[in-house]
Design a protein around this ligand. Structure first.
Ligand code: MN
Length: 730
């Protein structure tokens, strides 16, 4: 077992004498509390808090944190109260231990007593993860040190995960990958991040982990010789220009390489280049030296275009700063080189923990560094303002998705989730700006509101003074106006504040339009409301009208088959593109074809009709031909087979007769990856064309998305699916 002496030795490097005896007291207290307790591995329990304290000491955190790490499990495991700790070690240690204990409790999946109860469904992993995340964030807002100690605790548990049963290993590793590693990343504590990632990967994908470690080990000597040559050249050149610098090779972590291999795989590239496994780092005293050293490097080796990042001028929001470049180094091998000052280096290794590193005389206000962390402050604002589901959604998509950096016209940098639009940006700046947004300019050019923002874009929002509000279309995810849940929540909020009658009108219009488009008789509105558990149609219309329920949800609800088992033989309909075959379970293949009168697509409720000569015809359940069928005994239950095939659907578009209309429509359809079967246009005297298109659709969701987009084409007046009993005449 590791001795407290090891911790003390580490502490001596940065803490004064009196802190050491304080830590010794903490150790004695923990020793007494955990006496006789063993870990799953058979070791004395005390090993765990000591190791946790060692990790905390590695981050050079203050004595209170080290003591709290030593005591972090005593409340949970040993009948000790926070008050007991406060009496012996002061309020701050008690507060830290209490915080870590609360996090531990909350993050546990399903408590044992719940599992024993019958019929209790397992808590959805994703949801419970998000819940624990939320608790983490709240704890962070109070005192980030609590979360850092928790990360240290988790790191040691990960290092000793072998002692647990395989299923526990998996779920803990997954949780670490989903929550703890991203948190360490957000806090900028690279030291913790890479080790948490590597350890998780070892359990989540043992084969790949082994493969990568072997890959790293295999050509180590070649690689090291190469790196040494590069470093020698660099040192020589830097010396000539009088820049004082420290140059060394940095191994990338296993998980980083693993991700790189996956990425290469997606791009169809082979990962064989051992030179991808290393990066060179140049440490200098001053910021200007970073740029000077960069110049020196670019002078020796050609930089690869597009591979230069200036995180000094544009720090990442976890405060990371460095210059990154990739050059064609010796033997024309691409090599990544990073430049940073010692101060930046400290920030990148310790991240936010650097703020709590022991400083003589640092007290009170100096400890409130979270004030300086913009994203954290913003997160807490949102947490106060948004409803819980919106907040959780926001955390999931906005905090852990990839990010882009956007400039305001004034040159201020805003960080946005990747995929954000100008409208997202407007809402990010100010809610009112979002509500009044009518257009935007990116890098001086007018763009559509659905433009996807790119790193480095300068975005100017055009707004109107008139008292108009957002459009419900903005909430339609098919149209892609907003992606951030922050903006969505603001828009919904606006609609909720409108008059009930307005919302009912809006909802009714939306519902009827959607039903008409999908070819559902309008009389079925109450049934659709019921699908969403609304007994009262009016309430449902309000929900639709204020964006609470979206028309996309209607489409998904309708395309989810009901759970109720149906009587009669089950037949799997699997009509491929042209001919159709059907599998009758237990019998073999039977001939089917899709009925011409109603052209059902997967997601439609269907029924089969046994014909005399042509096998089974598959109709929509509400097809008039089926409803009026006299020989009901010839109807059989059929089900859709596997997805992935496409079905012809006919759509009628009424549009202004303008130049290139047909081209715009067909381009849009093919851009969606949908094949067009037939197109015909009937011109009318009044300047309105009727365009009939047959498209090969894979499911009803795709159809709905397409119809929505077609409606947005300039000059299109209406779009509707056709083929309810009546055959189009063209
Ligand atoms: Mn623990």
């Amino acid at each position: 077992m590791v001795k407290i002496g090891t911790v003390e030795k580490k502490l001596k490097e940065y803490l004064p004498e009196d802190a050491l005896s304080f830590v010794q007291d903490g150790y004695n207290f923990a020793l007494k509390c955990h006496e006789g307790q063993l870990r799953k591995s058979g070791e004395p329990y005390l090993e765990h808090p000591i190791q946790t304290a060692l990790i905390v000491a590695d981050l050079k955190l203050d004595a209170n944190c080290v003591v709290a790490a030593l005591l972090h499990d005593v409340i949970e495991d040993c009948d000790i109260s926070a008050a007991d700790i406060e009496r012996d070690f002061g309020a701050e240690v008690a507060h830290l231990v209490d915080g870590v204990t609360k996090l531990g409790k909350l993050a546990k999946p399903v408590s044992e007593d719940v599992k024993h109860k019958k019929n209790v469904k397992n808590v959805d992993d994703g949801a419970s993860h998000i819940q624990s995340l939320r608790k983490m964030f709240i704890a962070m807002a109070e005192d980030i040190r609590v979360v850092i100690i928790k990360l240290a605790d988790r790191l040691h548990n990960m290092r000793t995960l072998d002692a647990l049963a395989p299923d526990r290993q998996l779920s803990i590793a997954q949780e670490t990958m989903d929550i703890y590693a991203p948190l360490a990343h957000r806090l900028g504590i690279w030291q913790l991040e890479w080790e948490l990632e590597d350890l998780s990967l070892r359990y989540l994908d043992p084969d790949k982990y082994k493969e990568v470690t072997q890959l790293v080990a295999a050509r180590r000597d070649v690689r090291e010789r190469y790196i040494k040559k590069v470093i020698d050249i660099l040192n020589e050149e830097l010396k000539k220009t009088g820049i004082k610098a420290e140059v060394y090779g940095r191994p990338k972590n296993i998980y980083g390489i693993y991700k790189k291999i996956q990425k290469y795989g997606l791009e169809g590239k082979e990962f064989s280049d051992i030179y991808d496994l290393l990066a060179i780092r140049v440490l200098v005293d001053e910021v200007k030296d970073c740029y000077n050293a960069l110049g020196v490097v670019h002078n020796i080796w050609r930089p690869i275009p597009g591979q230069f990042d200036d995180y000094i001028a544009n720090p990442k929001d976890n405060m990371y700063q460095s210059l990154h470049t990739t050059v064609m180094a010796l033997d024309a091998k691409p090599l990544e080189i990073q430049f940073r000052t010692y101060e930046m280096h400290r920030m990148s290794e310790y991240g936010i923990a650097a703020h709590w590193r022991y400083k003589e005389g640092a007290k009170g206000d100096d400890l409130r560094f979270d004030e300086k962390v913009a994203w954290l402050r913003q997160l807490m604002d949102w947490q106060r303002e948004l409803s819980m589901p919106d907040f959780l959604d926001m955390v999931k998509t906005d905090m852990f998705g990839d990010q882009v950096f956007i400039y305001t016209p004034g040159g201020e940098i805003k960080q946005m989730p990747a995929g954000s639009t100008p409208l997202d940006f407007a809402y990010r700046i100010h809610t009112d700006l979002g509500h009044h947004c009518i257009g935007s300019k990116v890098n001086g050019k007018l763009v559509s509101l659905t433009y996807k923002l790119r790193n480095g874009d300068t975005v100017e929002i055009l707004s109107t003074r008139t008292n108009r509000g957002p459009s419900l279309d903005w909430l339609n995810s098919n149209l892609g106006y907003v992606t951030s849940s922050h903006a969505k929540a603001r828009i919904k909020q606006w609609f909720k504040r409108q008059e009930k009658a307005t919302n009912i009108d809006n909802g009714k219009a939306l519902l009827e339009k959607e039903m008409r488009r999908l070819g559902i008789p309008l009389g079925h509105q109450e049934e659709i409301a019921l699908l969403f558990n609304y007994d009262d149609l009016e309430d449902f219309l309000v929900a639709l009208g204020c964006g609470e329920v979206s028309t996309n949800q209607i489409v998904s609800k309708l395309s989810t088959p009901s759970d109720e088992p149906e009587a009669g033989p089950k037949i799997m309909a699997q009509p491929p593109e042209v001919a159709s075959s059907i599998r009758v379970m237990g019998v073999g293949d039977m001939l089917t074809h899709v009925a011409n009168c109603c052209n059902p697509v997967p997601g439609d409720e269907i029924i089969g009709f046994i014909t005399r000569m042509r096998g089974i015809t598959v109709h929509r359940k509400d097809c008039p031909n089926v409803l009026n069928e006299d020989e009901k005994e010839r109807l059989v239950t059929v089900e859709w087979g596997h997805a992935g095939q496409s079905y012809p659907v006919s759509v009628k578009i009424e549009a202004e007769d303008r130049l290139a209309m047909l081209r715009d429509i067909t381009t849009l359809v093919s851009d969606e990856g949908v094949n067009i079967g037939a197109v015909s246009t009937v011109e009318h005297d009044d300047g309105v064309s009727h365009i009939y298109i047959t498209m090969h659709i894979t499911d009803i969701k795709q159809l709905s998305r397409l119809l929505t987009k077609l409606e947005k084409v300039v000059g299109v007046l209406s779009v509707a699916r056709i083929g309810e009993g009546k055959k189009k005449k063209v």
